[in-house]
Ligand binder design. Structure first.
Ligand SMILES: [Zn+2]
Length: 173
């Protein structure tokens, strides 16, 4: 197990298109999953947020993501099969640019196919927060970042300013 360094915005590793995992149940794949799990859990401890991480964020160009919402689990070769529902609009964030917030549109619901450690195929229907998280993490596997999805350039802001603005607004109410 290891806590890996998270690649930051500007690192070309974040722009790679990742390759599908072809060999399952291997020690190598277990290590990728364990490293993602520990790196995510360390980031949560240090920053107080973080629900998912993608392999390219720790420098591995493989189609693996790891989520921790209710319980931690890995999705290998995840693919969005269906996008449904109205648009969700939200301020998104990312471990690779933790000081920024980006307003994006995401689909309210998605159906995602993926494989587990052993290569068994699964389908997941996700709505709301899980849906937008899956869209964020699967984008990483194609070298796409939340800033690429910003509604426009005015909607890329510093987290500290967002907090200040929210506080001021709150006081004004
Ligand atoms: Zn991210």
């Amino acid at each position: 197990m290891a806590i890996r360094e998270i690649l930051l915005l500007g690192n070309p590793g974040l722009r790679m298109k990742c390759s599908p995992v072809k060999r399952f149940g291997t020690r190598e794949l277990r290590t990728v999953i364990t490293d993602l799990r520990h790196t995510l859990s360390d980031f949560r401890k240090q920053n107080g947020f973080g629900r998912g991480i993608a392999a390219p964020q720790i420098g591995l160009a493989q189609r693996v993501i790891f989520l921790h919402i209710d319980k931690p689990f890995a999705l290998i070769n995840p693919r969005i099969m269906v996008r449904r529902g109205g648009k969700l609009t939200l301020w998104d964030d990312c471990f690779s640019f933790p000081d920024l917030l980006v307003k994006v549109h995401r689909n309210f619901a998605v159906r995602v196919s993926y494989q587990d450690l052993h290569g068994t195929k699964h389908t997941l229907h996700a709505e709301g927060p899980l849906s937008e998280l899956l869209q964020h993490e699967i984008d990483h596997l194609n070298g796409v970042l939340a800033i690429d999805r910003a509604i426009d350039s005015r909607h890329i802001i510093l987290r500290s300013e967002y907090m200040k603005w929210r506080k001021e607004k709150h006081h004004a109410l």
